[in-house]
Design a protein around this ligand. Structure first.
Ligand code: ADP
Length: 631
């Protein structure tokens, strides 16, 4: 039993191939984690780094809170099962399973107990005296599992263990492995390229593509809230239907205009609460996604505005259901590729002929919307921003039925437009704007609270849940942007960065230089704009764990920090105050350091030349060359 922590893990192979980029995950004890994605996306590399079979290029890996980057595979207490089960052909099944335990010099009695117990769990007791070649593929894979189980590992690692088996056996073994996970009560990490395997087995799934994690989520969330078009298309069979569209705001919601077919569909406003209004301008290129199971053959009761005509190309009868293949362009010849193709899951036994034109209704509650350019979802599970209509007059902003003086930092000419409020800037209080809580959902470790403020739906991201009922909300304007068309105010930037050199050695004050020192006496320093400062051990050890001294001296680093991770002090990094940002209850200074601008939280007004002092416990460090986050 173990929990694992992967922080900013990267793998760069000696040939320069970046197989894994910034992999971050907290794996809790007893999870069944599935790493899934197309071939070459970095799944096996990640698993092998966890196993200790592949060196971690950068980042930190912890097993039960203990730094484990440099632990040998044998010291990690993990067992791995591979695709090719590699049994010893000359040994009996019993001996194959017992082999590892004999090497570890366990007593004969203990070995016998463990082997028989594993055989019982896997249902292979009667084959213990056979040789591998007398067993089927599925049975041999069970033996390979048995060999892993008897070691009683903290973590079971499985790399495509079922891909050599035929379809029927794969289905059986899938449920066997799930049962095994429940019985063994240990953490499982499982690699597969098969999304069905991932969805049916995983308690948590990591979808990867081209070395990057796309989404880490529970199976149901992956299906309901894919973060981008790739995940949306990867999870679910048949694949989600995608169409290029634009959307325009209407009285009761929005109208979707399909780009490649004469089709329009209306969507009620309540199905678009999570979509920012700026996408409903009728121009912005969007992609909508509709799963085959969320499109229904229309009957007379279906609402007029939501019907789509489909020319039938083919019907696949599956027994339990039928798949209707068609085209929403009814002039199409329904042969060959087109971007107006549609797949619909229908009841089995549906009587349709090729060329028939039918009407279907998409369930717009299940609509997915993606930005055509970035392919990211525009209807996120965790809503980050709220767009609210506002008007400004004499620096008084009116929105959500209230008027408030804008702080000096947000002075804005008169006009009308939108205020964009980050969900974490919406606070539930005892005074302010009247609202009612209509829902509260836990997402990861946060709570997304749905609020109605007048006519408007707002989302608040909070650390604690909130019961349905009447509340008041307050909005932290620092984290809001205002856009009136002619004028734009950005939210306060939460991260500043400075270029830094890092040196390991001994500081020579007279020369203001870091000089060579023996390992035992060497200390880690940053050098930012000519100022050399010692790094605390906790930070230094993370840097020196990833790089040799020589590498450190050759690289460029970036230090990142929030306005609260830096302060004005007597000495330190020199800068010039460009501007004061006055938010009323809080003030910040925009300080120019070299060619960079840094935002600093200050108690009162400052001006002219100042010195900055960084709080090294609150900074981030990035290797600028490869853009690798170290801390
Ligand atoms: P997956 O398991 O998802 O199929 P891998 O983790 O095996 O992917 O590989 C990820 C990427 O790293 C691929 O582009 C692959 O070509 C590359 N790669 C894997 N092993 C090596 C290696 N030993 N040297 C160089 N590149 C490698």
């Amino acid at each position: 039993m173990a929990s694992l922590s992967l922080k900013h893990i990267y793998k760069v192979y000696p040939n320069g191939a970046k197989a894994v980029n910034d992999f971050n995950m907290e794996i809790e004890d007893k999870e069944f984690v599935v790493l899934v994605g197309p071939s070459g996306c970095g799944k096996s590399t990640t698993l092998r780094m966890i196993a200790g079979l592949e060196e971690i290029s950068s980042g930190e890996f912890y097993i039960d809170g203990v730094y484990a980057n440099n632990l040998q595979p044998a010291e990690r207490d993990m067992a791995m099962v591979f695709q090719n089960y590699a049994l010893y052909p000359h040994m009996t099944i019993y001996d194959n399973i017992a082999f590892g335990l004999r090497i570890r010099k366990l007593s004969k009695k203990e070995i016998d107990e463990r082997v028989r117990n594993a055989a019982k769990i896997l249902g292979i007791t009667e084959y213990l005296n056979r040789k591998p070649k007398q067993m089927s593929g599925g049975q041999r894979q069970r033996v390979a599992l048995g060999r892993a189980i008897v070691r009683e590992p903290k973590v079971m690692l499985l790399d495509e263990p079922l891909s050599n088996l035929d379809a029927k056996l794969r289905t059986t073994m899938r449920s066997e492995i799930s049962k095994l996970h429940k019985r063994l009560n240990t953490t499982f990490i499982y690699v597969t390229h098969d999304q069905v395997e991932a969805m049916t087995m995983g308690t948590i799934i990591v979808v990867m593509k081209d070395g990057f994690v796309q989404q880490i989520d529970r199976p149901q969330n992956l299906y309901n809230y894919p973060v981008n078009k790739f995940v949306a298309g990867f999870i679910g069979t048949p694949q989600m239907n995608f169409f290029s569209v634009t959307m325009k705001k209407t009285e009761g919601g929005a109208e979707i205009a399909f780009a490649d077919a004469e089709v329009r569909v209306t969507v009620p406003a309540e199905n678009l609460y999570k979509l920012r209004e700026k996408y409903l301008d009728g121009r912005k290129k969007l992609i909508i996604g509709l799963r085959p199971e969320d499109i229904h053959i229309a009957d007379k009761k279906s609402a007029a505005g939501a019907k789509i005509k489909v020319k039938v190309a083919n019907v696949e009868e599956m027994g339990s259901e039928a798949l209707v293949y068609g085209d929403i362009n009814t002039d199409a010849d329904v042969i060959g590729e087109s971007n107006t193709r549609i797949i619909i899951k229908a009841q089995s036994g549906i009587a349709l002929n090729i060329g028939d034109v039918i009407e279907v209704t998409p369930d717009t509650k299940k609509l997915h919307i993606f930005d055509a350019e970035t392919e990211n979802t525009l209807m996120p599970h965790l809503v980050e921003f709220n767009d609210v209509a506002c008007s400004i007059k004499d620096n008084v902003i009116s929105y959500l039925g209230q008027s408030k003086k804008l702080p000096a930092a947000m002075a804005c000419p008169d006009g009308e437009g939108y205020i964009t409020i980050s969900s974490s800037a919406v606070k539930i209080t005892t005074d302010g704007i009247k609202a009612s809580v209509v829902g509260c959902e836990q997402i990861n470790k946060k709570y997304l609270i749905a609020l109605n403020a007048g006519e408007k739906r707002l989302y608040c991201l909070a650390d604690a849940p909130c019961a349905v009922g009447e509340v008041y909300i307050d909005i932290d304007l620092k984290h809001a942007a205002i856009d009136t068309g002619d004028f734009r105010i950005d939210p306060l930037s939460t991260q500043s960065e400075l270029d830094a050199d890092i040196r390991v050695g001994r500081y020579d004050a007279a020369a203001n230089k870091v000089k060579h020192a023996r390992n035992s006496e060497a200390v880690c320093y940053t050098q930012i704009n000519g100022v050399i400062e010692e790094l605390p051990d906790s930070l230094a050890s993370k840097i020196t764990a990833n790089y040799t001294r020589r590498e450190i001296s050759k690289r460029k680093f970036r230090i990142t920090f929030s306005p609260y991770g830096v302060s004005i002090s007597e000495e330190g990094i020199e800068g010039t105050v460009e501007k004061m940002l006055d938010y009323g209850d809080e003030k910040f200074a925009l300080v120019k350091v070299g060619d960079k601008s840094v935002i600093v939280s200050v108690g009162g007004d400052v001006s002219g030349k100042v010195h900055l002092s960084l709080d090294y416990d609150k900074i981030g460090v990035t290797d600028a060359r490869n853009d690798i986050k170290i801390v």
